[in-house]
Design a protein around this ligand. Structure first.
Ligand code: ZN
Ligand code: ZN
Length: 324
C-alpha cells in the first residue's frame, strides 16, 4: 500500500517500521464468524465461510472474526509503549489468547468503549487477565473512558467492577480494577488516553442510539467507527477531506453485503460513506459470514482502482504500523 507512514505487518522495504501500530483484535459482527447457528443448522448448500472454520485453523483463516476491537500500540519512538484497547466484547479472552501472544502484547494500559452493547463490553470481567496479579486487588486501576450512557448501563451489568469500597463483612474477591472516566459525546471535547489524544465521534447506531467512533493520531489521522447507521453532519465534517481534513486511514463498519440495516451500515452505505469522506485508505470491520475475505477483497480491489481510494476488508490479527 503506497503511503509514506503506513506499512503492514512491519514490512517497510528494509527500513525500520514506524514505532506505533494498530492491531485488529476483532473484525466481526456481534454473533462473530463463524456463526454458530450456521454450523449447527447448516443451509443447503452449506455456508462456505462458516464451514471453512471446521477445517482451517483460525490463524490461517481470515474469515474467522471476533467482535470488533482495536489495540493501539502507541510509541513515540523512545522505546516506551502504551497499549490502548478499544472495546472488550464477548470474544475478548480468545482475542488475548490469539493476538496478544502472537504480537507480544504484555498488558493493557487504558481502555476506551464505543458503547455498551454486548459485543463491546461483555469481556470486561476478563480484563483481570491483562492486569498484574494481586490477591487483594492492590494494583493501579486501568483507566477506562466511557460515555455517561454506557456508564449507567455498565453499573447495572457489572456492579462489582464499578463498586469502590467493600461493604462490611464482604470478602475480597479478585476482580478487574478499573478507573472509570466519563467522556462527552461531543466531537469538540478531546480526551487523553495513555498520552494519545482522542476525539469522540458521535454517530447514530439506529436512530434511537448514539455510539462513539474515535479520531486519533497527530502524525497520521485515523478514524475508527465500528457501529454506525448514519453520520450526523457535524461528525462527518470532522473526518472528511472536504471538511476538517483528509484521513490517512478510515476504519469503518459494514455488516451485510447487500441492502440496508436499521442499526449498521451495509456494504452499499459503507462504500458511499468512503467516497464522501475520501480518506487516503479505508479498512472495513464488523462483517457477518456473508463476507468472504479473499473473494470480496478481489472485488474491492477493482472498486478501489476505479474510485481511487484503496479499500479492503480487515481481518483479525492484522497489524498496521504507522506514525501516530
Ligand atoms: Zn455461515
Ligand atoms: Zn452495538
Amino acid at each position: 500500500m503506497e503511503s509514506g507512514n503506513l506499512s503492514e505487518n512491519g514490512n517497510n522495504g528494509g527500513s525500520p517500521p514506524p514505532p506505533s501500530s494498530l492491531i485488529f483484535l476483532g473484525t466481526g459482527c456481534s454473533s462473530a464468524v463463524p456463526n454458530a447457528g450456521c454450523l449447527i443448522q447448516p443451509s443447503d448448500p452449506p455456508c462456505e465461510v462458516c464451514s471453512q472454520s471446521l477445517s482451517v485453523p483460525p490463524e490461517q483463516n481470515p474469515n474467522y472474526r471476533g467482535n470488533t476491537s482495536l489495540l493501539i500500540d502507541y510509541s513515540q519512538g523512545d522505546g516506551l509503549h502504551n497499549y490502548i484497547l478499544i472495546d472488550v466484547g464477548k470474544t475478548f479472552r480468545e482475542q488475548v489468547l490469539r493476538w496478544f501472544t502472537l504480537h507480544k502484547i504484555p498488558r493493557v494500559d487504558s481502555i476506551i468503549l464505543t458503547h455498551e452493547h454486548a459485543d463491546a463490553i461483555l469481556g470486561l470481567d476478563d480484563i483481570r487477565v491483562v492486569q498484574p496479579f494481586s490477591p487483594t486487588n492492590d494494583i493501579d486501576p486501568t483507566p477506562i473512558y466511557v460515555s455517561q450512557h454506557s456508564m449507567d448501563s455498565i453499573m447495572d451489568k457489572f456492579p462489582y467492577l464499578v463498586q469502590k469500597k467493600l461493604k462490611e463483612g464482604q470478602e475480597v474477591r479478585r476482580v478487574a480494577q478499573l478507573d472509570w472516566k466519563i467522556i462527552e459525546c461531543d466531537c469538540e471535547k478531546p480526551f487523553l488516553s495513555s498520552g494519545l489524544e482522542f476525539l469522540p465521534l458521535p454517530v447514530m447506531h439506529g436512530e434511537d442510539y448514539v455510539s462513539l467512533g474515535f479520531l486519533f493520531g497527530q502524525k497520521s489521522r485515523v478514524a475508527y467507527i465500528s457501529d454506525v447507521s448514519r453520520f450526523p453532519a457535524s461528525t462527518e465534517y470532522v473526518i472528511s477531506k472536504s471538511g476538517a481534513g483528509q484521513l490517512d486511514l478510515l476504519i469503518l463498519d459494514t455488516l451485510y453485503k447487500e441492502g440496508s440495516h436499521n442499526t449498521h451500515f451495509c456494504f452499499p452505505q459503507t462504500l458511499d460513506a468512503v467516497k464522501r469522506i475520501c480518506p487516503k485508505r479505508a479498512l472495513l470491520i464488523g462483517m457477518t459470514h456473508e463476507f468472504d475475505h479473499h473473494k470480496d477483497n478481489e472485488a474491492l480491489a477493482e472498486w478501489s482502482s476505479r474510485e481511487g481510494i484503496p479499500v479492503q476488508l480487515a481481518h483479525d490479527g492484522l497489524r498496521i504500523f504507522m506514525d501516530l
